[in-house]
Design a protein around this ligand. Structure first.
Ligand SMILES: Cc1cc2nc3c(=O)[nH]c(=O)nc-3n(C[C@H](O)[C@H](O)[C@H](O)COP(=O)(O)OP(=O)(O)OC[C@H]3O[C@@H](n4cnc5c(N)ncnc54)[C@H](O)[C@@H]3O)c2cc1C
Length: 446
């Protein structure tokens, strides 16, 4: 098997790496890639839906897992599947729904893979109710840097398991993952949309949705200021008994690279006002396919080209409950004053900590939004990073491309436990990424 020398980027297209990319068709080939010497180290690259540099390894190798996408076993009585890591959430969801189940937690795109979902311990719109993806993983077959394949579970090797959930691919290459599914009555949800006039109103609505709703997600107008700061739409959803027959529409493609100047305070502000007003003041209710609700952007292929050639950054933090009202206000003020043309911000509540040493969630509120890569944006990201620290929060590695090693260490209190595991399973640091080097995850150069 041969590697292809090529450029790869994260979803934000602002971080680019030149790599030797290996794309095995079958697991034995993947094991041979792992066993070969890689002077610049190796990291898994799956769906490429992480925004920054988690799956990149400039000057080294990447193992592309996209073709390792087989479902290996399924028990449709118990609701359990075992699959290769390159299976996407969207595909697994379709198969599960056909048998009356759902993947219990899924990120906002069906193109992310199961391997990527474990490695970032991803969360969905139901974190208060169902936790993060790692909570539903029963065991993992993990190929360590020296080629040994170990089946790890919370009982067999709790530390290695906790380091692998949310471990951004540094503990080994996952070769199979066993997932517990959740039974549902249909492929649809009842979707309720309500306007929130400002941040305070938003948080009041979202707080009551925490216990009452299965799914909830808020869309905030990031350009609103003054009395309207934090206004937006809160969506909540419940599983429906009635099946939705609507066939999925054709996928649309971003027709071309948008010029950077097309996104400015005026165009984005106009879009956001239209978005806010599309929901009547008294709210509305409708029936929607689960896929449409869970993966709203997946019908537009390559939507990341919207931000032009230079790409964009996504900022996502979580603030603990206590600091959230004041902290979110400060973040929104900073963002709105910067006026860098960000679209909608997403605001969600999170229910508690994940199982992984580097899991992102904590009980609190998470805010996510995009910034086109323009001059000055790195300074803005730095200010938002410091505000996040001031309010006791943390930044999400799946989205990050700019955080400093110092802030990372301050935000992730179990980093030392994670480092101990890496020292045990990969003392030579064969598995490495641009993110690991930037954040000095091993405590040294990488
Ligand atoms: C539109 C959109 C919406 C999103 N919404 C959410 C959301 O709601 N919630 C959320 O939590 N995240 C969300 N994300 C982020 C996304 O879910 C994560 O970044 C996820 O990890 C991407 O998976 P991937 O398959 O693309 O992995 P990649 O981005 O390719 O890789 C991610 C990490 O997984 C590691 N990895 C992948 N496969 C393996 C393997 N077999 N063995 C070891 N390591 C492996 C890689 O090394 C890397 O560190 C969203 C992203 C997009 C683009």
């Amino acid at each position: 098997m041969r590697a292809k020398h090529m450029e790869l980027s994260g979803w934000g297209r602002s971080r680019v790496a030149t790599v030797d990319a290996w794309r095995p068709e079958r697991m034995p080939d993947a094991m041979a890639v792992l066993g070969a010497g890689h002077p610049g180290g190796l990291i898994a690259y799956a769906g490429g839906r992480s925004y920054g540099d988690a799956p990149l390894n400039d000057g080294g190798s990447v193992l592309m897992t996209g073709r390792l996408d087989r479902i290996l076993a399924a028990d449709w009585e118990a609701g359990e599947v075992v699959c290769e890591p390159g299976v996407t959430f969207g595909d697994l969801m379709r198969v599960a729904l056909a048998h009356g189940f759902v993947v219990p937690v899924t990120p906002g795109t069906g193109f992310a893979t199961i391997g990527g979902g474990v490695a970032n311990d991803v969360h969905g719109k139901n974190h208060d109710r169902h936790g993060s993806f790692g909570d539903h993983v029963r065991w993992i077959d993990l190929a360590l840097a020296d080629g040994e394949v170990r089946r790890i579970s919370p009982d067999s090797d709790p530390d290695l398991f906790a380091a692998t959930i949310g471990g951004i691919g540094l503990t080994g290459i996952m070769v199979a993952v066993c997932i517990g599914l959740r039974r549902v009555k249909s492929n649809a949800v009842r979707l309720y949309e309500r306007r929130a006039r400002d941040l305070e109103h938003f948080l009041t609505l979202q707080e009551s949705a925490r216990d009452a709703a299965t799914y909830s997600v808020g869309w905030i107008d990031a350009t609103a200021r003054g009395r309207e700061l934090g206004r937006g739409i809160l969506e909540t959803a419940e599983e429906s008994r009635a099946t939705a027959e609507v066939p999925p529409g054709p996928r649309r493609r971003m027709p071309l690279e948008m010029p950077g100047f097309a996104l400015n305070r005026m165009t984005v502000g106009l879009f956001n006002t239209m978005y806010y007003n599309r929901v009547p003041a008294e709210g509305r209710e409708r029936h929607a396919r689960l896929g449409q609700f869970l993966y709203p952007l997946d019908s537009i292929e390559d939507w990341n080209r919207l931000y032009g050639k230079r790409g964009f950054y996504q900022f996502q933090c979580v603030l603990p409950d206590a600091g959230a009202p004041a902290g979110l206000r400060r973040l929104m003020e900073e963002i709105s004053a910067a006026g860098t043309g960000s679209f909608l911000a997403v605001l969600k509540s999170l229910g508690g900590a994940g199982r992984g040493h580097l899991s992102f969630p904590m009980r609190g509120y998470t805010l996510a939004l995009d910034f086109p890569a323009k001059p000055g944006v790195q300074d803005l990201m730095r200010r938002l990073e410091h505000l996040t620290l001031d309010f006791g929060g943390r930044i999400y590695l799946a989205k990050d491309a700019t955080m400093s090693a110092e802030s990372f260490a301050a935000m992730y209190p179990k980093l030392d436990a994670f480092r101990d595991v890496l020292e045990r399973v990969d003392p030579k640091g064969r598995l490495v990424s641009d993110m690991a080097r930037r954040l000095r995850i091993r405590g040294t150069g990488a």
